[in-house]
Write a protein that binds this ligand. Structure first.
Ligand SMILES: Nc1ncnc2c1ncn2[C@@H]1O[C@H](COP(=O)(O)OP(=O)(O)OP(=O)(O)O)[C@@H](O)[C@H]1O
Ligand SMILES: [Mg+2]
Length: 411
């Protein structure tokens, strides 16, 4: 990426769509955030598109806001992808080293990556999104992280394959095409969030990033620096709002406002006499409800979300076994008491994950909800330096070349 280049991240969440434009002044300086746009999300459910037109419109609104602020048109955009049918699996590829003197070259690295993809039999309705190298083996030498330049005869790559359903990928591509977005790459949401939030040390020690979104909770587990597991669960902070609406017999809008203003995941810390007057949120409401009761509703659903996360950790043999702890991102992480409850349920060290600091209008993106989009920007930057960052991504072949036309407002 050369001086003055821009990168653009677009996080299509089920609660909110966020676009951020950043500029790279020099390679040694952090990216400078120069534009940000956010708008409520429409047409998404549990991370998948249910109405392509609405998603296209919302993406356009967020991108236009960011473009206006940056005074720069969003061109190649790195986009987050989510959805509960995204899964990961292990795969292996083996090739003979090409050069006569046995030195491993870029060409061997590409061929072994291609071999992993070729060996894997994907059902017709699924597509590979990422091939993430874990480690390599060169003849008898195991656990090599970067075999480039080393010598051997037989190169083996152990990789994690992340795949999604073809129809989901086609629908999201259609929405972006409608929005006139030229997609540089797709990145699965928790991978982007982890890039923004986790330190190298946490990844080495073993840590889980838990992104609590509106209708999904996505998680990614790292150990020894490698991505070990990834899962997108069909329950998020929006379910807490739904439970409050049912529990208080009020509208979703009132329930959401009550959650944001008075919510807590720790009912024991709320005074018994502490009450919320619902008429403050909607003049048609007249109930006065106990804050402790609201917290009990929140606690029950939050605990359920965390228990599902724990079951995932158990399924890979890492329950209570990640010294780097659990790092919470997404809007759901902002709920008071989230950290304490997560410590109790997961029995791990827990902290809120804030995106790594960038320059520019940093205050706009310095929250756990922006972890995904900041990760997209960091990956976009890294990918321009090293083309392998994203791994061969199935979207290369379907990259949309349609440029966004709405640039009239630019200076
Ligand atoms: N300050 C806050 N306190 C508690 N909850 C919050 C707060 N801010 C946002 N939320 C909740 O976070 C959720 C939205 O999170 P986020 O913006 O990360 O979702 P998303 O990325 O749009 O959705 P998804 O990742 O599921 O596709 C909403 O349910 C919202 O109520
Ligand atoms: Mg999200």
């Amino acid at each position: 990426m050369s001086r003055g280049h821009y990168c653009v991240g677009l996080d299509i969440g089920s609660a909110e769509i966020r676009a951020v434009i950043a500029q790279e002044i020099s390679r040694d300086d952090p990216l400078r955030v120069v534009g940000m746009g956010r708008t409520p999300s429409f047409g998404m459910r549990r991370g998948v598109v249910v109405d392509t037109d609405s998603v296209a419109k919302a993406c356009n609104i967020a991108l236009e806001q960011a473009e206006r602020m940056a005074g720069h048109a969003a061109e190649d955009v790195v986009v987050s992808i989510s959805g509960t049918e995204i899964i990961c699996q292990n795969a292996l590829g083996v090739v003979a080293v090409g050069r006569a003197d046995g030195e491993v070259t870029e060409d061997d690295m590409t061929r072994v990556m291609d071999e992993v993809r070729a060996r894997l039999t994907m059902p017709l309705n699924r597509e590979i999104i990422h091939v993430i190298p874990r480690d390599y083996r060169l003849d008898d030498q195991k656990n090599i992280k970067d075999p480039l330049g080393m010598h051997g005869v037989r190169l083996e790559m152990n990789a994690l394959i992340v795949s999604g359903s073809t129809s989901h990928l086609k629908n999201i591509s259609r929405s972006l095409e409608q929005a006139g977005v030229s997609v540089e790459n797709f990145v699965v949401e928790p991978i982007a969030s982890a890039e923004a939030v986790l330190s190298t040390k946490q990844k080495e020690l073993g840590a889980v990033l838990i992104n609590i979104g509106g209708s999904t909770t996505s998680m990614v587990v790292f150990e020894d620096g490698d991505l070990l597991h990834l899962s997108i669960l069909p329950v998020g902070s929006g379910h807490i709002t739904n439970d409050i609406a049912i529990g208080l017999r009020t509208s979703i809008e009132v329930a959401e406002a009550v959650k944001l203003q008075y919510g807590s995941a720790l009912p024991d810390e709320i005074g018994k006499k502490d009450e919320v007057d619902l008429s403050l949120f909607d003049s048609q409401e007249d109930a006065v409800v106990s804050r402790q009761h609201i917290a009990e509703i929140i606690e029950a659903r939050f605990e359920e979300i965390l228990n599902v996360v724990n079951s995932e950790l158990k399924s890979i043999g890492r329950e209570e076994l990640l010294p780097g702890g659990a790092i919470l991102t997404g809007g759901g992480a902002l709920l008071p008491g989230a950290v304490e409850l997560a410590k109790r349920v997961l029995r791990l060290p827990v902290q809120i994950g804030y995106p790594k600091p960038l320059g520019g209008i940093l205050d706009q993106v310095d929250t756990p909800q922006f972890a995904t989009v900041v990760g997209l920007l960091l990956l976009a930057q890294a990918n321009r330096v090293n083309k392998h960052t994203f791994s061969p991504n199935m979207m290369h072949g379907m990259m949309m070349k349609v440029r966004r036309l709405a640039k009239k407002f630019l200076p």
